[in-house]
Design a protein around this ligand. Structure first.
Ligand code: R1P
Length: 317
């Protein structure tokens, strides 16, 4: 099955003009788009309410529906920060594991391009593979491993959409250095460097999901150099870069992967464990979405402050 078709451009054009018709003049040209990851949608509440327009995905033509808990499913337009930077906020995203094609997973990114977006800030909740990372740390991505893409589940598969970009786009510079510098600067300005939560630079491995990774998969990804792992972000980044949008990506570490091998049935120590001890042993590092959302709630304030400061710093675009 081919995941993109030339009509994607027509559909995105239709969607962009539908959205524009719902916006007042002052919000017509958002230069910055922000994608809110699992549990990170609170940013929408910090948008200046005068004026602010919210459009539910289900009422936007051609848009994929959001079905995951913690992803509200609305496009919010407004102005953010002291310089009133016009922004488009995607509160909730479509994931491949929900059953959407890669074309649909990345459709909103293409709509953003047609609306004039120049910078996209993509956030996500991710599992920490790097053992120096703690739950609640924030990772500014500087590279990725497109695990699904490398085996052919790729958003640019199919006829090239020349209206957006070239057939063979480079990705060696995908993670904009200037924007990453701004993250580190904002982190200091906000005094976050004096707190427990730490900021890292790292590599995100994109897997298709929806199962969380096994211990062996975590070891493999870590061996490949990945620092965090998740089920989103990379398709959006690939499509953004294809059409020349500058990219900043931030992961919130919501759980820590256990890299050691699982217990062996033949291990004598295991045989003598009580059921409670064994359950604790097996349960170590067992990820769940509630834990992901909880870590998001805790860190959301800092993540929001960080994104807000970076965006207001971008008012000159
Ligand atoms: C798993 O808990 C979900 O959280 C993350 C994973 O990718 C997966 O969808 O969501 P976001 O990447 O959308 O933040």
């Amino acid at each position: 099955e081919i995941t993109t078709s030339p009509s994607t451009y027509q559909r995105a054009t239709e969607t962009a003009s539908h959205i524009r018709s719902a916006l007042p003049d002052v919000l017509q040209n958002p230069k910055v788009a922000i994608v809110c990851g699992s549990g990170l949608g609170g940013l929408a509440q910090t948008i200046d309410p005068t004026p602010k327009v919210e459009l539910a995905y289900e009422n936007i033509p051609n848009f994929p529906k959001s079905t995951v808990q913690g992803h509200e499913g609305k496009f919010v337009f407004g102005r953010l920060g002291p310089h009133q930077t016009p922004v488009a906020l995607l509160v909730g995203r479509a994931h491949f594991y929900e059953g959407h094609t890669m074309d649909m997973v990345t459709f909103a990114t293409r709509v953003c391009k047609l609306m004039g977006v120049e910078v996209i800030i993509v956030t996500n909740a991710a599992g920490g593979l790097n053992q120096n990372y703690a739950v609640g740390d924030i990772v500014c991505l500087n590279d990725h491993l497109n695990m699904a893409g490398l085996v052919g589940i790729h958003p640019l598969r199919g006829p090239n959409l020349d209206d957006f970009g070239v057939r063979f786009p480079p990705l060696s510079d995908a993670y904009d250095l200037d924007l990453r510098v701004r993250v580190h600067r904002a982190w200091k300005t906000l005094g976050l460097d004096k707190q427990k939560r730490r900021l890292h630079e790292g590599i995100y491995a994109f897997v298709a999901g929806p199962t969380y990774e096994t211990r062996a998969e975590c070891r493999m990804l870590r061996g490949f150099g990945a620092d965090v792992v998740g089920m989103s972000t990379v398709p959006e980044i690939v499509v953004a870069r294809h059409s020349g949008i500058r990219v900043l990506a931030l992961s919130l570490v919501t759980n820590s992967a256990v890299l050691e091998a699982g217990p062996l049935g033949s291990d004598e120590a295991l045989q003598s464990m009580t059921k409670a001890e064994l359950d604790a042993h097996l349960g170590r590092g067992k990820a769940n979405h509630e834990e992901v959302l909880e870590a998001g709630r805790e860190a959301a304030k800092d993540m929001q402050a960080l994104v807000k400061l970076i965006v207001s710093d971008l008012h000159e675009l």
